[in-house]
Write a protein that binds this ligand. Structure first.
Ligand SMILES: Nc1ncnc2c1ncn2[C@@H]1O[C@H](COP(=O)(O)OP(=O)(O)OP(=O)(O)O)[C@@H](O)[C@H]1O
Ligand SMILES: O=C(O)C1=C[C@@H](O)[C@@H](O)[C@H](O)C1
Ligand SMILES: [Mg+2]
Length: 197
């Protein structure tokens, strides 16, 4: 990379970090959108801690997400998820990659809206399907027709994810490009805010 390109990349990180301030950056979106993998990279670039709510739930419960769903059902899982996220949002700034259903929960969503910057990683069905059909760790997709289930989830959830502060299109580009676009969106948000009357 040329010196000029390197300087621009450093600039973007610094500007995004300044724009985020003390807020948490919360990534939301459907399974396979890249919240965990892109979130980890974004945190590295902003030099702030990273946490993944699914991983944290598995750590505190000492069970996998699939085991939690099987043993206690989705409703109990959501209650635990809400508690864990509220606790994680207390510290900051951090990058918090949420589980796919977290932002859909009214209480969790309202909590995220107070004091965090939320980013929806939005992807189309084929991109998501390509990514999630390789693993069978997602209990909600253990159905007769998982692709149709994913599409139903998209239809139900997209209007709610759209309440996030920012939207970044997740598509077939590298995770590094995705991370850069998230940083750029943070900087743009700040610019738009300072232009507001
Ligand atoms: N931009 C990308 N390019 C290529 N592969 C990607 C990209 N983003 C994510 N992936 C891959 O897609 C899969 C799902 O990504 P990831 O686990 O980050 O999604 P997620 O949004 O956290 O999903 P979940 O809600 O299930 O936790 C992973 O195997 C990951 O490596
Ligand atoms: O979209 C969802 O509701 C889920 C997504 C995953 O991240 C896990 O949180 C769990 O499998 C549920
Ligand atoms: Mg994830």
């Amino acid at each position: 990379m040329s010196e000029q390109v390197l300087t621009l990349a450093e600039n973007l990180k610094d500007r995004a970090r300044a724009a985020l301030g003390r807020r948490n950056l919360v990534l939301v979106g459907l399974m396979g959108a890249g919240k965990s993998s892109v979130g980890r990279l974004v945190a590295q670039q902003l030099a702030i801690p990273f946490v993944d709510t699914d991983a944290e739930i598995e750590r505190v419960s000492r069970m996998t997400i699939a085991e939690l769903f099987a043993a206690y059902g989705e409703q109990e899982f959501r209650a635990l998820e809400t508690r864990v996220i509220k606790r994680l949002l207390r510290g900051g700034p951090r990058v918090v990659s949420t589980g796919g259903g977290a932002f859909i929960n009214e209480s969790t969503r309202q909590h995220v809206k107070r004091g965090s910057l939320s980013v929806w990683l939005k992807a189309d069905l084929d991109v998501l399907w390509e990514r999630v059909n390789k693993r069978d760790t997602r209990p909600l997709l253990k159905t007769e027709n998982p692709k149709q289930t994913l599409e139903n989830l998209m239809n139900a959830r997209y209007p709610i994810y759209a309440e996030a502060d920012l939207t970044v299109l997740s598509r077939d580009v590298s995770k590094e490009v995705m991370a850069r676009e998230v940083l750029a969106a943070i900087v743009e948000e700040k610019k738009a805010e300072s232009k507001a009357p």
